[in-house]
Design a protein around this ligand. Structure first.
Ligand code: HEM
Length: 471
């Protein structure tokens, strides 16, 4: 492995690991805020206990997300210093706003949420959680704005070999940023829903479980949120696909495995085994008309193939580069994301149907609970494959059309230092993953706390200056 491969591997590993926890905390935070609102509105104490129990799991994901986020930021200075020099003027503003505004807001209100159970009115306490959720989404927006610039640069000029910002409004009005943001947030909402539904399903598999109503209600609420998220992720993904056809046709053709211009109408390749060197198709299963329908929402229309796009890119940017991205990875990642995305929608609809008061079949059939339980892991796969499409599909650019991956790597890192940091990060992430999983499992095994009537300000006046208020 050379310096570039090692630096890319490290960035990929760090990003994938970090992004396990980002949508985890955004999504579960939202569900916890909804649970608390249900409690404030209905005064049903089961919702309060749900808020506290799932709130603990949300807090764990938040903590690990922050740690991995810090390591993520190290990457830019350590391995990608030339990229940081090129992009600093653009990257600086959104990342500073993210840290100073969104992250501060998130941590401040999270602190208030954790420590003021006994001190403020329930509606105000609930407002803190909504503000945490809003701030985490705002934080995602600023990071995505920087990423969107790398996919589709707007509001910039090149001066002395560096990108400088000429228009902040244009940077944030970038359509790519809004498509990406909607897709990522919808994916996070779906993830929050499925995580809670899935974990509740695993608990319900235990016949001796005492807290059946607690987990049944959690499962149902999780599926409702999962359904809303799955519909939204699909709608946003569709918009992104249309944008890709226009802005990054190579990435799009690679996700669909089209080397040559497709026939009109275009069939959708469900399975496609391609030789990336000879571009020879070895085996394929196609669904007629489907690609035209998905791409143009019409039963006709052809897709430009990679060979044709490559010629155009070579004419525009020079033929010193090969513009073909890693085709098999893109094809597989995109198909896994889209197929699992549809499966999530199906599981949410059917799950809710069979969980109806009249039927309750979902809670009586073990295999159904197993399916919902296993869908705990599916959003991790879809989110990861999504980022693989977005990032690997931009090859050979870090900033599309402006700066290549080869230009971006730090000039002073060595294979030895990269190997060492890769091993250290790998061990650290494995350790963090083990800690996170074991803490979540421990929390799940312990189950919700018994109902304590006297913990809330609505029932008891507490002097906030009294030391006992913090116990
Ligand atoms: C159901 C059909 C889906 C479609 C049609 C779809 C479409 C897309 C497309 C076209 C991209 C690449 C965008 C780009 O490079 O600019 C993408 C990226 C991504 N997708 Fe999906 N997606 C779907 C489902 C999902 C699901 C279920 C999740 C997660 C729960 C998800 C998470 C992501 C993420 C995290 C990215 C990377 C960030 C981004 O570019 O927005 N996707 N998706």
């Amino acid at each position: 492995m050379n310096i570039l491969d090692l630096a890319r591997f490290q960035f990929g590993m760090t990003t994938i690991f970090h992004f396990f926890f980002v949508p985890f905390s955004i999504g579960t935070g939202l569900v916890v805020a909804i649970m608390e609102t249900m409690w404030v509105r209905t005064k049903d104490r089961l919702y309060l206990r749900m808020t506290k129990f799932w709130g603990n799991i949300f807090l764990l994901s938040f903590a690990v997300g922050v740690v991995t986020g810090i390591i993520q930021e190290f990457q830019f200075g350590m391995n990608w210093s030339d990229y940081s020099r090129f992009m600093g003027d653009i990257f600086g503003a959104p990342l500073a706003i993210e840290a100073l505004l969104a992250f501060f807001m998130e941590s401040t209100f999270l602190g208030l949420w954790i420590f003021t159970w006994k001190m403020v009115k329930p509606w105000l306490h609930n407002l803190f959680m909504w503000l945490v959720t809003a701030a985490s989404m705002l934080s995602a927006f600023w990071i995505i704005t920087a990423n969107a610039f790398m996919q589709h640069p707007t509001g910039y000029a090149i001066k002395n070999g560096r990108a400088v910002m000429t228009s902040f409004p244009k940077l944030i009005a970038n359509t790519q940023a809004w498509y990406e943001f909607s897709h990522v947030i919808a994916g996070a909402i779906a993830m929050g829903g499925f995580l809670i539904a899935g974990m509740a399903a695993f608990k319900l598999l235990n016949k001796q479980l005492k807290e059946k109503d607690f987990f049944k209600r959690s499962l149902k609420l999780g599926l409702v949120v999962g359904l809303v998220g799955s519909i939204a992720v699909f709608a946003a993904g569709d918009r992104q696909m249309s944008a890709l056809i226009k802005d990054q046709p190579m990435k799009f053709a690679a996700t669909e495995g089209e080397f040559k211009n497709s026939p009109d109408p275009a069939p959708w390749k469900l399975i496609d085994v391609i030789d990336p060197v000879t571009h020879e198709e070895k085996f394929t299963i196609e669904i007629p008309y489907m690609l035209s329908l998905l791409s143009f929402h019409k039963p006709y229309g052809s897709i430009e193939g990679m060979d044709s796009v490559n010629k155009k890119l070579q004419a525009k940017y020079g033929d010193q580069n090969n513009y073909y991205p890693p085709i098999n990875t893109l094809f597989l990642s995109f198909h896994l994301m889209a197929l699992f995305g549809m499966a999530m929608l199906g599981v949410a609809v059917l799950g809710l149907f069979f969980a109806r008061k009249k039927s309750q079949l979902l809670f009586r059939q073990k295999w159904m609970l197993w399916i919902v339980g296993l869908f705990t892991f599916v959003p991790f796969i879809t989110n990861t494959t999504g980022w693989l499409v977005t990032e690997l599909g931009r090859y050979p650019w870090t900033v599309y059309g402006l700066f290549t991956i080869k230009q971006s790597v730090s000039p002073n890192v060595s294979v030895g230092s990269l190997l060492t940091s890769n091993i250290i990060y790998f061990l650290l992430f494995t350790f963090l993953a083990i800690v996170m999983v074991s803490l979540v499992v421990k929390e799940l095994k312990k189950g919700p706390d018994a109902d304590e009537e006297s913990t809330l300000s609505s029932e008891q006046e507490v002097d906030p200056f009294n030391k006992e208020a913090f116990e």
